[in-house]
Design a protein around this ligand. Structure first.
Ligand SMILES: *Cc1c(COP(=O)(O)O)cnc(C)c1O
Length: 395
């Protein structure tokens, strides 16, 4: 190894470890269902994004196996050479139908989708108004575009309006985009889309909503944009196929011309191999399930409300989440990590999230209840929270 690399790695790894910021990854010894096995231990899983339990759904497994039999395990090329299977176009048609848009384009991941879509449209002569709590992939996608990034205070509509006005009036930019998460994953709050759309109309801003945590969860499953009845008012509806949908991939849904442009100009679509057959087939099935019935969606909300009520009654600070995401705010970083560790020992897998992912002093254990949890599992989790909370003096 080059000496400079060796010393760089040593120095920085030691630094992280000494500050308690080095993340140790626990490999699962089971599927990522409502119960998981880690280090030989059965745990109630409150950490996945598998909101609807579809990651282990038998109907998805069945179509995935069938797709492998018929199409093999790999797409064989990038989409624009000959990696586009009929399965891809069928999935994209289904996504458009699900999102109530004219068309859609699928990518290999949600992260990839933000790398692809922002820089296909925005460049160095443009500006992007970006909520300060936007996801890392949005931030990286914005940077990649070389557009001027203007940070907007979290969900602060006065700040957004003032900065939009300033960006228009300074006359420096050809195009201006406003970009936001649909649901913010650390607190579970929902973007103020009606106001954002109104400001966008006033200043002719391009609207971009990344609904990774809202799709399958809000709008009876169709997402945050549908929840507010704004399907024809948002230019880019981004989603992931890896959270509520339970598989892997990302997409943009929007007007036909936008999707056509992305198919000829977005680099991950042009230069990275297409999603494999099993995954596409499973994604399409998942969306069909969501469009046929709200059963899983309803159960997710029921379970989310049940867990929230249980933790709140015990005296925990669960913040102001408007979705099933249930943060349990502990505060101090070390205590938060200890809390999460004790939950693990008692049988609950819920990860601690601390600075710099969230502001200093607001360390939390984040709970992600899913449709697949039973009432018994949630009762047991609440009882463990009570025990650990009392032991550590949190409640
Ligand atoms: C999780 C997430 C992504 C990344 O999606 P993947 O499909 O996991 O790559 C992108 N944007 C937001 C807002 C997310 O929460």
């Amino acid at each position: 190894m080059a000496k400079v690399l060796d010393s760089f790695l040593k120095e920085n790894l030691d630094d992280l470890k000494s500050k308690g910021l080095f993340n140790v990854i626990d490999p699962l010894q089971s599927a990522n269902g409502p119960m998981i096995k880690v280090s030989g231990k059965q745990l109630i899983n409150l950490s996945s994004n598998n909101y609807l339990g579809l990651a282990t759904d038998n109907r998805l497994k069945e179509v995935a196996l069938k797709a492998i039999e018929e199409f093999g395990v790999g797409a064989g090329a990038v989409r624009t050479i000959n990696g586009t299977l009929e399965l891809h176009t069928a999935l994209e048609d289904k996504i458009a139908e699900f999102k109530h848009t004219e068309a859609a384009i699928a990518y290999q991941s949600g992260f990839n989708c933000n790398m692809a879509a922002i820089s296909a449209v925005m460049d160095k002569n443009d500006a992007i108004l970006s909520d300060e709590l936007n996801h890392a992939s949005i931030i990286d996608g914005c940077r990649l575009s070389k557009a001027k990034i203007i940070r907007v205070k979290h969900s602060d509509m006065d700040d957004l309006r003032a900065k939009a006005k300033e960006a228009v009036e300074c006359g420096l930019y050809n195009k201006i985009m406003v970009i936001t998460d649909g649901v913010f994953s650390m607190d579970g709050d929902i973007a103020k889309l009606p106001e954002i759309v109104q400001i966008a109309e006033e200043f002719d801003l391009i609207t971009y909503v990344d609904d990774a945590h809202g799709s399958g969860v809000l709008g009876k499953g169709a997402g945050t944009v549908k929840h507010f009845g704004l399907s024809d008012k948002v230019d880019f509806q981004i989603g992931t196929l890896s959270k509520a949908i339970g598989v892997v991939g990302g997409y943009v849904a929007g007007k036909k011309e936008l999707i056509e442009w992305l198919k000829v100009r977005s680099r991950p679509f042009l230069f990275s191999t297409a999603l494999p057959p099993a995954d596409i087939a499973a994604c399409k099935k998942a969306i069909e399930i969501l469009m046929e019935s709200t059963e899983l969606h309803d159960r997710l909300w029921e379970n989310g409300d049940y867990l929230k009520k249980g933790l709140k009654e015990l005296g925990f600070n669960i913040g102001d989440s408007e979705t099933p995401i249930t943060p349990c705010i502990i505060g101090e970083e070390k205590l938060t990590q200890q809390f999460s560790r004790r939950l693990f020992e008692e049988g609950v897998y819920a990860k601690s999230i601390v600075f710099p992912t969230v502001p200093q002093g607001t360390g939390r254990v984040r709970n992600m209840p899913t449709a697949a949890h039973t009432k018994e599992m949630l009762d047991q989790a609440i009882a463990i929270y009570e025990r650990v909370g009392k032991e550590l003096g949190v409640i």
